[in-house]
Design a protein around this ligand. Structure first.
Ligand SMILES: [Zn+2]
Length: 70
């Protein structure tokens, strides 16, 4: 479990920011054994949005090319 020395409290892994810092004081958070807390994994919904963006942009590209040949 991530531990913030400055705030003197445990943090839920989800509340630790992507870069592994405390949301309260911004200090780097260490795990219970003293090693820096691992940064959060990229959330699954990020890939959903990324995939949707790729599909959308591909569609717009196809549309644009279609306009050129039509
Ligand atoms: Zn803190």
């Amino acid at each position: 479990m991530p531990w913030c020395e400055s705030c003197d409290r445990y943090l839920s892994p989800n509340s630790v920011s992507v870069v592994g810092s405390c949301p309260g004081c911004g200090e780097r958070v260490t795990d219970a054994d003293g090693v820096p807390a691992r940064s959060q994994k990229v959330p699954w919904h990020f890939w959903v949005f990324a995939g949707a963006a790729v599909v959308y942009l591909s569609w717009r590209l196809i549309q644009g090319l279609w306009m050129l040949v039509a």
